[in-house]
Design a binder for this molecule. Sequence first.
Ligand code: FAD
Length: 498
Amino acid sequence: MKSIDVVVVGAGPVGLLTAIELTLAGASVLVLERLATPSPAMKAMALGPLACEALQRRGMGAAIAGEEARNLAVMQQFTEQNGADWRARMGKYSGHFAGLLIRKDAQREPQRRVRAVNQQGLEAMLGERARALGIDVRRECDVTGLEADDDGVTVTWASPAGEQRLRCAYLVGCDGGRSPVRKMAGFAFPGTAPTTTFYQVMADIDHPERLLPLGWRRTPRGVFSYGPVPGRLFMLDFSRAPENREAPVTREEVEALLRHISDADVRVTALESGSRWADNTRLVDTYRQGRVLLAGDAAHVHSPFGGQGLSLGLLDATNLGWKLAAVIRGEMPDSLLDTYTAERRPVAEAVLANTLAQAALLRPDPQSGAMRELMTELMQVDDVNQRISDMVRGLSTRYDLGTTHDDVGQLASDLHLGDSTASLYDLMQEGTGVLLDATSGNAASALAQASTQRVHCVAVDQGPSMLIRPDACIAWVNAEATTHGLPEALLRWFRRGD
Ligand SMILES: Cc1cc2nc3c(=O)[nH]c(=O)nc-3n(C[C@H](O)[C@H](O)[C@H](O)COP(=O)(O)OP(=O)(O)OC[C@H]3O[C@@H](n4cnc5c(N)ncnc54)[C@H](O)[C@@H]3O)c2cc1C
């Protein structure tokens, strides 16, 4: 039986980025995907700032800009055709919390913004990058079994060529919310059961003027939203959980829902796609069991309010990839992998909590309505607006690295480096860490002694000096011209301590 460093199960966005991160850091990777082609279902329509930055660090900045420009042009045309003021809305607001718009004027770091990159566009750019790196993504491979032991994992899958088996050192399940890997490996997945049915539909309607106006509309029986692209209908039916999520959504069902939720009497003349899902909210106890790890929806599921799921998963991938590769290269101890759960699980916990709160604010009952009115008022307070905005954009993310320094544990935004034409992110394209040395070479000497090849050192005129991990997490900061704490930080993140 052949063997490989890592098998990634699932070529959704999280699986592809995990494979890219591992490959850049020197691990051999095979991606197994059940579907013959990427799913055409409309899912995410926007990508949070931290995920966009993660892709910019790996050479996808131009692709994001192109994708966003195309999508914004479509949204602008649709919005204006429907009589809404696009420029006023885009100038004033950015994102929403349970449909309550977040004001830009009270935002911290407004340049770190949610971008109009949809899931299909994202998967295409990640697929392109994976191809350019020569990553083996095998489609029509349905993973059906795994056996993990102390030395590795044997994975079995069904393919048109018959059943196949392979031995790998580690297996990463990026196989979505119903993750077969999670179930086969026996991860616990506690949380709340579904109570509500959500629909996202792309359809042509005979009388769109009979629909409620654009934007999120809370009605006595649910929630309805039309746009921001032609034909997109988003509906929440709070009366029941879905009986069968797999059953195809029909035209009759969409028409009945539109009548029930928004009193709109319209006919669906063409149904392009329709998905039905629920508000079950669950999180694994641990992201790792021995040599099997989980990332993305496989580790956490929640309602899509505020568009946070994709970013959450992509940042799992960037947190895990370099760590797993460093352990495989033999440069770091296995215990580095435990920091993956320790850092990422609290972030997921916070996202799950805020999506539950958003679900409560959207319910049609009078108590929830009163709470929503109160929240609408509170959002006018600048500090509240800022706090909610940081939360939904993910900017409150700070890993606990055991120090009280404010910046340590945060994810660095891009920085211009003095006179150099290269920015911080330009230096991170190959997946290495960066040491910004404002100590006239003392930090560079400490790095040389640590003898790691995985950190790029740059002299900068102005402080602070910083050690930045490959996932942009700030691991050490010093505003003085000393290297106090740097050798320990290098040892902790970049070199085996024996
Ligand atoms: C309607 C909707 C709207 C959303 N809107 C947003 C938004 O605006 N912003 C946002 O950030 N997030 C949003 N999300 C969430 C986002 O779509 C998910 O978080 C994201 O798809 C998770 O990516 P993933 O790679 O973890 O899983 P998936 O995208 O589910 O990919 C998993 C892959 O694994 C494959 N697979 C499964 N089982 C096997 C197997 N046995 N063998 C091989 N392959 C297998 C699947 O075929 C699939 O390709 C939305 C979700 C929905 C449903």
